[in-house]
Design a binder for this molecule. Structure first.
Ligand code: 5AD
Ligand code: SF4
Length: 479
């Protein structure tokens, strides 16, 4: 699931302090990296600053890159000024995101003359390749996500005097696994189970930037989940661009729904999330797993992109509106309510007013719990780049605003219906205001609540909803 863009309709923080700016080791009692990798002193190889743009996959890749570098004797620092190595993990899903990377790189131009090494990782690295050296000659490392395993080797080459190094292969069967991952959140652990994408949506750069689909072995996933549980993580979020297309490469051939069940069965795990699901691979056994096992969260992110079958065909989305609506109906028949969220693109080439109306009517029909919405952005190499009938920026902005207004009304009404209900919340934030906390329900609703307890972070509590806005709920600790 992407993080919400400005002007969007979800993830309102209501002035909460940053949830995870606490000393993780103190909180979790977990060993430090220097203890784990006794031989290598922290900072022996220098210091690195790593900034991440983009989706949860990128966030998690950065956690793994950080773990890899820490295990090789680098020390992570919080400012580029303090670092000898500055790394950007980048996003190119929309043009704006890619532009931001180059403007940020521009800010670091003089840093190179101070002897710092500057590297570009992620989707912009993969997409632009060696052209980055032309546009920003002060960069000396360019590495796409399929090549992260080679990072230590690439850094060693730079240390040995090479001026420029690249890792740009995508034709690999490998998934990126590390001995250690430096996770940002002390309770919820991300875990990539499938990398790349084999779908070919006509607007999307991901198949080019992240390469073909590769699934991680089920036994290796389960081994990591068991380790996470021992370390005190209680929530696991399985990640993939099309997470439910998971195809176990081991002889066990575990189905995605079986994997969900097996992860939930690990002792100590209380919540299992998964994102992002593709409608075409969203099969009844996934809903049955949610019905059977309450630890599997009752939230499905199922991007529709458009409510018009004509536009869906042009997008090469492999399903019609009717087929999509049937998947929604399947979830609505489940024996417990399932929250449904989605992604929508407005202003795809050729999208008429009546196509757009169909998207609005889909919103009314499904009544999503929340959505991420985007203006279509033409991307390099994608088939839709050559399509005619582009929609003006002004019209795209208008449609986006209309869509977001409609969704805001739906969310406000849906959230209001929750008043008086009590939910279990994993507490992940503490406000600067006294006695105010925040966290998420299993259906991934954000709730701010009052409690007189002194320490709640990382615990599960019952919260009664006392008020609601379109973006979050307010409540009180029910004891
Ligand atoms: N333009 C606008 N939005 C896009 N997305 C992907 N590619 C584009 C694009 N070229 C959106 C889709 C996807 C989400 C991650 O980003 O809605 O689900
Ligand atoms: Fe992009 Fe489509 Fe793959 Fe999602 S399913 S990553 S939108 S190509």
């Amino acid at each position: 699931m992407p993080r919400q863009s400005k002007g969007g309709v979800i993830n309102c923080d209501l002035g909460m302090s940053k949830p995870f700016d606490i000393e993780l080791e103190r909180l979790t009692g977990r060993p430090s990296y220097s203890q784990v990798f006794g031989g290598v002193a922290a900072g022996q190889r220098g210091t690195f600053f790593l900034e991440t743009f983009g989706c949860q996959m990128n966030d998690h890749d950065s956690e793994k890159v950080a773990g890899l570098l820490l295990s090789r004797g680098y020390q992570q620092v919080q400012t580029p000024e303090a670092a000898s190595l500055i790394l950007y993990n980048t996003c190119s899903i929309r043009e704006k995101a890619a532009q931001k990377v180059f403007s940020r790189l521009g800010e670091y131009r003089e840093k190179q003359s101070e002897g710092k090494v500057i590297g570009v990782l992620g989707c912009v690295a993969q997409q632009e390749g060696e052209d980055i050296f032309k546009r920003a000659p002060w960069v000396s490392l360019v590495c796409g996500s399929a090549s992260y395993r080679k990072l230590p080797e690439m850094l060693a080459q730079l240390e040995a005097g090479n001026q420029r190094v690249t890792g740009l292969d995508t034709d690999t069967d490998e998934t990126f696994e590390t001995e250690v991952t430096r996770r940002d959140n002390p309770w919820r652990a991300y875990l990539t189970i499938i990398e790349g994408c084999d779908k070919a949506c006509s607007y999307c750069v991901v198949p080019f930037t992240r390469g073909p689909e590769r699934s991680r072995a089920s036994d290796s996933i389960l081994r990591e989940v068991r380790q996470l549980a021992v370390l005190g993580y209680s929530e696991v979020q399985l990640l993939g661009q099309t997470v439910n297309s998971y195809a176990d490469p081991t002889p066990r051939r575990m189905r995605f729904s079986e994997l969900l069940q097996a992860v939930a069965d690990v002792q100590g795990i209380r919540r299992v999330r998964f994102t992002t699901s593709h409608p075409s691979d969203f099969t009844p056994d996934i809903v049955e797993a949610i019905e059977r096992q309450p630890k599997i969260c009752d939230h499905v992110h199922l991007p529709v992109q458009s409510g018009s079958t004509r536009v869906l065909r042009a997008m090469q989305r492999t399903y019609s509106r009717e087929e999509y609506v049937e998947k929604i109906a399947m979830m609505r028949r489940a024996n417990r309510p399932i929250a449904i969220t989605t992604d929508i693109i407005v202003g795809f080439p050729g999208e008429t007013e009546s196509d757009f109306e169909e998207t609005l009517s889909l919103l009314d029909e499904v009544r999503y719990d929340s959505l991420f919405s985007f203006k279509y952005s033409p991307r390099p190499n994608t088939p839709s780049l050559a399509m005619s009938d582009s929609i003006s920026e002004e019209e795209k902005s208008r449609r986006l605003a209309v869509l977001q207004d409609r969704q805001r009304e739906i969310q406000a009404a849906k959230n209001a219906e929750l008043a008086g209900h009590t939910f279990e919340v994993l507490v992940s934030g503490k406000s600067r205001r006294e006695n105010q906390w925040s966290g998420y329900t299993t259906s991934h609703r954000m709730i701010n609540f009052a409690s007189q307890e002194r320490e709640l972070l990382g615990t599960y509590v019952q919260v009664r909803v006392t008020g609601a806005g379109p973006n979050s709920l307010a409540g009180e600790h029910a004891v």
